[in-house]
Ligand binder design. Sequence first.
Ligand code: FAD
Ligand code: PHB
Length: 391
Amino acid sequence: MRTQVGIVGAGPAGLLLSHLLHLHGIGSVVLEAHSRDYVEKRVRAGVLEQGTVNTLVGTGVGDRLLREGLVHHGIELRFGGRPHRIAFERLVPGRAITIYGQQEVVKDLIAARLAAGGQILFEVSDVVPDDIATACPVISFTHDGHRRRLDCDVIAGCDGSHGVCRAAIPDGALTVFAREYPFAWLGVLAEVPPSADELIYAHSDRGFALHSMRSPSLSRFYLQVDRDEDVAKWPDERFWAELRVRIETVPGWRLRDGPVLEKIVTPMRSFVAEPMRYGSLYLAGDAAHIVPPTGAKGLNLAAFDVGVLTEALAAWYADGSTGLLDEYSATCLRRVWRVQHFSWWMTTLLHTFGDDDGYGRRLQRSQLEYVASSDAAAASLAENYVGLARV
Ligand code: FAD
Ligand code: PHB
């Protein structure tokens, strides 16, 4: 087989890249380890920045997003028994976020690619990127019991944090920067209408809690738990009781509960691999960087990377210019590090740290009071949260 861009991974990064390249007349083949059903049902991110929405709508894959997405003009920080609204409409006029599940974005992109005759091979195994230091890279893989070979001009490593692409880069060529946090998130999807109109980020002495949603009838919740927490230790009753203690802290506010559809534990970490290119291999999305989800940024950053990569590849195919490709890593990393800082800041602001002697807790309270009382501080949070237009 031969294509122009060989894409490993049918997550948001790989699928959006394939779609954007197609609109520029550039061919690609997407190789995905899991089944279509699996990737379409994997519940993960829910918050889309304005820029991500604009990309999806502007390229013809936003119809359902516009119909079903919930546009939010603020978020709530809840601490000290009071609600504090970060009002986007006043602090960052004209900018908002849209709540629309990542798996819905994935479904829309898969449908668009297949309708346009795009090639996505699901359930491939033993994917091996090869000759990546040369101008003729190759991807070998097994599909339907046959070993196959895909020759390409470039490879896009969109295979997430545990993928094979980053691992194919020789030792010493990448520098990795990382932080592990001493906690995880227990994420729950429940069949119950949201208990509030906007997201609630709750600071509590028992650990962080988040109230989010997916639709008028589906709520999404997260609880800070121990790093290696066993999900079996969280029967539904314990989950609801703990969530209530952490989030029902405002007089008169009540949490609605309902049937739990899914429960998973996700460890929190920050990670960046530099540079995001080696020879003919370009890394994008979680394959190159991870942020803790407190800032709701991972999917949005993945969408940004592939937008930059598309423009660079389009210029190269149009007239052979390599300038944008040469700048790909540096262009992406400027935004990656802004988002790394914001996600780390939100994470350290809102979680409890076991080894804290009280000093860290007081710093958090001071910063939260500052954000709640100063428009300058709140505007900084707001503009990072909705997504900076330029970095
Ligand atoms: P992935 O979605 O990980 O996709 C990679 C794909 O590659 C997968 O389909 C995988 O099966 C495939 N793959 C892996 N290895 C191979 C292989 N060897 N061969 C072939 N295929 C392979 N981000 C936000 O922006 N907002 C949020 O609100 C938010 N909340 C989150 C909540 C949780 C609980 C979690 C876990 C994450 C959250 N994120 C959020 C982060 C977001 O989900 C990720 O950043 C996003 O999925 C990255 O997309 P990606 O395409 O780079 O990687
Ligand atoms: C979600 O709805 O999944 C979500 C919302 C906000 C976050 C993280 C996840 O910060």
